[in-house]
Design a protein around this ligand. Sequence first.
Ligand code: PRX
Length: 656
Amino acid sequence: MSQSTIESILQEERLFSPSTEFSQTAHIKSLEDYQRLYQQAKADPEKFWAELAEQELHWFQKWDTVLDWQPPFGKWFVNGKLNISYNCLDRHLTTWRKNKAAIIWEGEPGDSRTITYAQLHREVCQFANVLKQLGVKKGDRVGVYMPMVPEAAIAMLACARIGAPHSVIFGGFSAEALRDRLIDAEAKVVITADGGWRKDAIVPLKPQIDKALANGAVPSVQNVVVVKRTAQDIHMEPGRDNWWHDLQQQASPDCPAEPMDSEDMLFILYTSGSTGKPKGVVHTTGGYNLYSHITTKWIFDLQDTDVYWCTADVGWITGHSYIVYGPLSNGATTLMYEGAPRKSNPGCFWDVVEKYGVTIFYTAPTAIRAFIKMGDHLPKARNLSSLRLLGSVGEPINPEAWMWYHKVIGGERCPIVDTWWQTETGGVMITPLPGATQTKPGSATFPFPGIIADVVNLDGDTVGENEGGYLVVRHPWPGMLRTVYGNPERFRTTYWEHIPPKDGKYLYFAGDGARKDNDGYFWIMGRVDDVLNISGHRLGTMEVESALVSHPAVAEAAVVGKPDEIKGEEIVAFIILEGNCQPSEELSKELKKHVTQEIGAIARPSEIRFSDALPKTRSGKIMRRILRSLAAGEEVSGDTSTLEDKSVLDKLRGEG
Ligand code: PRX
């Protein structure tokens, strides 16, 4: 977070109350209602979650224990049986929602499609049968590498229906990144498309799959299913590749949902940490279903007349919880948009709001800052009066962006929910409840009922008001990750032992810095580890460094974030070249391209700085703090006494 942002949030005292009109019809109507729920949940969390699980979800068989907590491993609703696809589809078919729009899809070149709950159910059942025909059994992992088309949601729900955990891989990841994830998940089948539309151009997806699977690199993959989206020529490997529409047409629409154990794995989603290899975050069925359901209902105040639009991609956790599972479990209408603002149509988001009468809009601060730059005339030229609630996610929102969102998009009438959470948490953890909470621009406000969040020091002790510290959660919650796929040790050490447990009490370490103000509001200050947040996308510095050193010209690389007005952060890479290589503009371009090939465009450094040394401690650790100051063009402050060779600093500043 930039210094000016930190200063502005430290001074932020404005308070915004929900309108009486909004509160009257909201699920949670007042601060007293929120506080009552929060206290009830705190006093007896298991009772609180059990009552909600009973009220909100359909169970084939009830659980016998609400929580089995063997820290840091937790099981929720033990021996309960349910299916999230049943909760998202079948149960709505016996109500008036049968013919309600489940998914409204707006495709980039003007395509659109509306799918009712009955139609979605049919398609999901058919595709579940397709998966079965391809030999996918309960427990087998399925990779999903798709553009933003309804088939992505259909594939996810079909996997869930037969109990095959999905692993969705963001369509912007390169073949190399895709291969690593498919290998780690040991995927049996991969579902993809020929391509997707992005900013008036076709993004090829199937060729990336071919590259990832070439030479038997992922031996577990037996079949690939390809949705025809962009219709360019692609290679179809005989015996391995199948067209979605061929298989789908022949499949029976009869496929009862498999009763799954609460703790059966629902999905793996890879995310970046401070080490080189992304972690496979594991979520299970019962707890995740409940947590994504109830957070969607209360935080977005879902009503039956809402048209709800979350602009994330299904490749990220936000897409899982708040495009697919949460909204559908609630019987809502969820909008999926394939496009992105582009030169030919910078106002396209507002066109979508107007066209469909969107009532709830959930996006990232990066997008909001980009909208500000594009100009007020774009939203002002559209009718946005249908909007009644706005949300923000993925990175800290600076008060200026918050105020613009409030005034220009929300017409000063829409509450804003700034939602803090992570891939690991399954759903939102700290957030306003829109009919109850008075908001302060830039603060995620209070924990969701049932979430015991705190700001602590490295001993696990609560720090004072307005003092910075580490954000932790003191009690397990149903949506929490259960483990890191194939690596329970990493799960234990990364999240639960970073702050050493005391008296058998384990704290969940989020990796974010935070402070609580005098009124108990949480202010999230950004990551405290080597994780970058570029346009709301999470990337590990070591991941980018590994990509850079895999280039033959690079001897050593260190990557840091530099504050950026729009993206929040951008990547600056300090590079030491191999002895026989010379710095050049061309090489700089080549290295940027190399990272794009190794990981994807989201990881492309915006700046490469060649150097002949890096600031290191005597024990050989790179002092990133110094590099961050240098990248931001700030004075290097703080202790540099551990720096091994002080002349490095002058050299990096170009004074050596
Ligand atoms: O640093 C926090 C930031 O995003 C991280 C989680 O990234 P990811 O797992 O990719 O999930 C993103 C979508 C939930 C967090 O550790 N973050 C997320 N939401 C906020 C945020 N930082 C500040 N304010 C938020 N509202």
